[in-house]
Design a binder for this molecule. Structure first.
Ligand SMILES: Nc1ncnc2c1ncn2[C@@H]1O[C@H](COP(=O)(O)OP(=O)(O)O)[C@@H](O)[C@H]1O
Ligand SMILES: N[C@@H](CCC(=O)OP(=O)(O)O)C(=O)O
Length: 370
């Protein structure tokens, strides 16, 4: 088993552990997880839970066929969420705090900061934050879609050092262990390469979402941002004994070194671009070699439909080289692209500032293909 250490962890628990029969809530697997959480907190460590299972928990309370409609699932989630929270709360003598998120909450910088502040306040006050997607209101466009990726976003916003994903298999295998009985466990992964991604199959149970693919996506998001990720079998109580001793009994994805800021994480991994700005050579050199802000004069093309303060891709010769928050809307940039900053005021009748994207609100993505 690979040793590891941690101070603040997000622990993600999949539906198969909350609702092993795919229906209602069960305490069967939660006791050992709850004991681990309590013991870790007693040692001064901090824990945030991301719990799936609201849809499965509420399934039997809503009449639906085998293929439930979206509205039926949302109704299940609405009933199941309170049951799932109550199921957790009975294990603890400290408060459990419900946090329901959608992708919109993470994309909007102000809401993102609010989530971050709330989590911090809850941890300071020794409450246990329990996060889930807000399934009742989330439609596809505003959904994270699976709780593995939601847990990765949560780990980044909470500035955790570790993500522990508890699922119903021992870790990442070299093939789906449900389909291939001779599949072998991979105990450590230094980097998630395309060869590793190729090993991942879909969900293993009727209640699971995403399977191994979304777990690898989550691990990649985290590791790239300096958050180590563990994938373990939450059905086995001995797994939590090992974790308590600082040993990973499943797969440990090591964190790459990251000196990046929280804003950098948010820009690179969370916020979605609403458009794109194409640069001329001068702007490309200024951004990639001189650490400059992007000025309107270096923009040759504006595409998409974005408002002021929304994220855009920055493109040079067909490659995305950076991502940033545009001070101006797409309409405004259409009018001022190619112009010297001193002309912004006369063309628009107002000015938000000299830069189209300020350097502090921009992350470089890749320049090595050019
Ligand atoms: N290479 C692999 N290694 C391990 N499990 C895999 C692999 N490929 C696919 N799986 C499947 O992923 C499932 C876990 O994902 P999922 O059903 O979504 O669980 P959860 O509800 O915990 O998110 C396992 O039960 C397993 O069948
Ligand atoms: N938000 C959904 C769970 C979505 C999900 O990703 O489930 P899982 O693959 O079991 O972690 C629910 O509470 O039912």
């Amino acid at each position: 088993m690979t040793p590891f250490s941690w101070q603040r962890a997000v622990i993600k628990i999949g539906s198969a552990l909350i609702s092993p029969n795919g229906n209602g809530c069960s305490a069967e697997y939660l006791l050992s997880i709850a004991k681990f959480i309590t013991a870790s907190r007693q040692q001064g460590k901090e824990v945030i839970v991301v719990s799936s299972g609201s849809i499965a928990a509420g399934r039997r309370s809503i009449k639906a066929g085998q293929q439930a409609s979206i509205a039926e699932k949302q109704a299940m989630a609405s009933i199941g969420q309170t049951q799932m929270m109550a199921n957790w709360a009975r294990f603890f003598d400290f408060p459990c705090a419900q946090i329901l998120l959608t992708l919109d909450d993470l994309h909007d910088r102000r809401r993102y900061i609010n989530v971050k502040n709330t989590l911090r306040e809850l941890l300071i006050n020794h409450a246990l934050p329990i996060v889930n997607e807000n399934d009742t209101v989330a439609v596809d466009e505003i959904k994270v879609g699976d709780n593995d990726n939601l847990a990765a976003h949560t780990a980044l916003v909470a500035q955790a050092d570790t993500l522990i994903i508890c699922t119903d298999v021992d870790g990442l295998f070299d093939a789906d262990p449900r389909k291939n009985l001779s599949a072998k466990l991979i105990s450590s992964v230094a980097m998630i390469t395309p060869d590793i991604t190729a090993l991942a199959g879909g969900a293993g149970s009727a209640v699971g979402t995403g399977g191994m693919i979304t777990k690898l996506q989550a691990a990649q998001k985290c590791c790239e941002s300096g958050v180590q990720t563990l994938l373990v079998n939450g059905k086995k109580s001995e797994v939590f004994d090992a974790l308590a001793q600082g040993l990973c009994p499943g797969t440990l994805f090591s964190a790459a070194y990251s000196g990046r800021s929280a804003r950098h994480h948010w820009l690179s991994h969370t916020v979605k671009s609403k458009g794109a700005l194409t640069l001329d050579l001068g702007a490309f050199v200024a951004i990639t070699e001189k650490g400059a802000s992007l000025l309107a004069v270096g923009i040759t093309e504006v595409s998409g439909n974005f408002k002021s303060n929304e994220a855009v891709d920055v493109i040079y010769q067909g490659n995305i080289i950076a991502k940033g928050i545009s001070l101006y809307s797409h309409m405004e940039l259409q009018s001022i692209k190619g112009l010297n900053s001193s002309r912004i005021m006369s063309v628009l009748g107002f000015s938000y500032g000299e830069e189209a994207i300020h350097r502090d609100h921009m992350v470089l993505i890749k320049t090595n293909t050019l």
